[in-house]
Design a protein around this ligand. Structure first.
Ligand code: ZN
Ligand code: ZN
Length: 254
């Protein structure tokens, strides 16, 4: 399994695109491709990869904040322009179909009925296990301003955890247990913010969950700018865990 960090930023970052991870794997002898979140700055990053219109199998939406799903209409629109035929599976929290249809109707009224491919919506519930596209999918609620589902996907060989937004909970820590890679949002270095993780808290989370590697994303823009050296010093002192602070375009093979 490979994780490509298309974007690693928070909602209002002027430099970094929204956090989005493009996951590629092989299941049942088939190449598979999933986009984890699609905020307003993400579709162009995906298209820049020169992928064809049938490449993407599924879109995962962690929650309904714009930096995590407002790119979906542009993605869906371009698949139509490119005459996609393959169904696109969209998996997300309760209300995913209604919210996406609403977003699509606001952004591009009338286009949903013209699509050349079916959208296949699957509503995910915390604690539920799904078997889709050769992956096992599990979900747990984090603590965020909007109901946000953390995701665990397993391709049979490797396991990836993606927090979406929100603070770790007992349930998300259990979900991440023994993952090869946990990708977690960390808004601040150590200052507690309601509904978000911190870099130091994520390290504790990763140790508690016994993950192999931890990737920190969605760091608040001023924190990133003003406390970068402090963040680096903090991370350099961690020797029992592999911690990454990916930049847009970085790739990680599990
Ligand atoms: Zn966010
Ligand atoms: Zn959010």
């Amino acid at each position: 399994m490979k994780a490509v960090f298309l974007g690693v930023g928070e909602a209002c970052d002027e430099l970094l695109p929204n956090t989005s991870i493009w996951v590629q794997a092989e299941t049942g002898g088939m190449p598979r491709s999933i986009l984890l979140d699609c905020g307003f700055t993400v579709p162009s990053l995906y298209w820049r990869r020169r992928v064809d219109q049938e490449e993407l199998d599924a879109l995962w939406i962690s929650h309904f904040h714009g930096d995590h799903f407002f790119g979906a209409p542009a993605l869906i629109l371009r698949f139509w322009e490119m005459r996609r035929r393959k169904p696109l599976t969209v998996i997300g929290p309760e209300g995913v179909e209604e919210v996406l249809v609403q977003a699509m109707n606001l952004a591009y009224p009338g286009f949903l009925s013209k699509l050349t491919y079916p959208l296949r919506f699957i509503q995910a519930e915390p604690g539920q296990t799904l078997h889709e596209l050769g992956f096992t999918w599990d979900f747990a609620l984090s603590s965020h301003g909007q109901p946000n589902l953390a995701l665990r996907i397993d391709d049979g060989e490797h396991t990836l955890f993606y927090s979406g937004d929100g603070r770790y909970t007992k349930e998300t820590t259990a979900l991440a247990r023994h993952c090869d890679l946990a990708i977690h949002e960390a808004f601040r270095l150590d200052q507690e913010v309601a509904g978000h993780g911190t870099i130091s808290g994520c390290v504790t989370f990763a140790r508690d969950a016994n993950v192999t590697s931890l990737a920190l994303v969605h760091v608040q823009r001023e924190e990133r700018r003003e406390r970068w050296e402090e963040i680096m010093r903090f991370l350099e002192n961690i020797d029992d865990l592999h911690v990454l602070l990916p930049e847009p375009g970085d790739e990680w093979v599990l």
